[in-house]
Design a binder for this molecule. Structure first.
Ligand code: IMP
Ligand code: MG
Length: 188
């Protein structure tokens, strides 16, 4: 079945407003500290870039880790890329780490990452996600900051992909069937 971008769930303006609010709250929380923002690539690419510019702190650093658990629209249950994290160990030790990710779904990615960072000696690990799916998370992970709660559906755009495509859409949209009842009204 051919899939394509369907209805817009969140507009560019909605995302922008919310990212600014998150930036203010995160600024307030980390005032006087030197946090390390750890973006989970590739999905968090745009969110991390916008969030960082919405944060007003004297000393903030970024780093990225590349993790993947999805194939198509299905969570595979296994996490690829954790090995790479070991290399990050030294820079995370003793730091206040803020994990920045696009979406919290089953919670497998973020719980494994948070646990590994603590093992590597991070002083504190917090989580900020743009989206949180409203479903029973298989693994209990409570994000410290979450932009929007959404229904359990597959979404694309603003960094989120369907097998590598549609990350460049400016809005967040539902993935629809090419000949289905969820037609696209505009393009990214
Ligand atoms: P989790 O480990 O199941 O929480 O999976 C989280 C990761 O799966 C996210 O960081 C995304 O990369 C990917 N993911 C989960 N849901 C979606 C979706 O609706 N669209 C695109 N990617 C998703
Ligand atoms: Mg991801």
């Amino acid at each position: 079945m051919q899939m394509k971008p369907g209805r817009t769930l969140l507009t560019q303006a909605q995302i922008c407003t919310r990212v600014r609010q998150l930036g203010k709250s995160i600024t307030h929380h980390y005032r006087g500290k030197r946090p390390l923002f750890l973006g989970v690539m590739n999905g968090a690419l745009f969110f991390l870039a916008d969030l960082l510019r919405a944060v007003d702190l004297d000393h903030v650093e970024i780093s990225c880790v590349r993790l993947a658990s999805y194939a198509g629209t299905q969570s595979t249950g296994s996490l690829r890329g954790m090995v790479e994290l070991e290399a990050l160990g030294k820079s995370a030790a003793g730091r206040h780490v803020l994990i920045v990710d696009d979406i919290l779904d089953t919670g497998r990615t973020l719980s494994a990452l948070a646990a590994r960072l603590k093992k590597l000696g991070a002083a504190d690990v917090k989580i900020c996600v743009l989206l949180k799916k409203r479903r029973a998370h298989e693994i209990a992970v409570k994000p410290d900051w979450a932009g929007f709660k959404i229904a359990d559906q597959f979404v694309i755009g603003y960094g989120l992909d369907y097998d590598g495509r549609y990350r460049n859409l400016k809005q967040i949209r539902v993935l629809g069937k090419a000949n289905g009842t969820d037609p696209s009204t505009s393009s990214g």
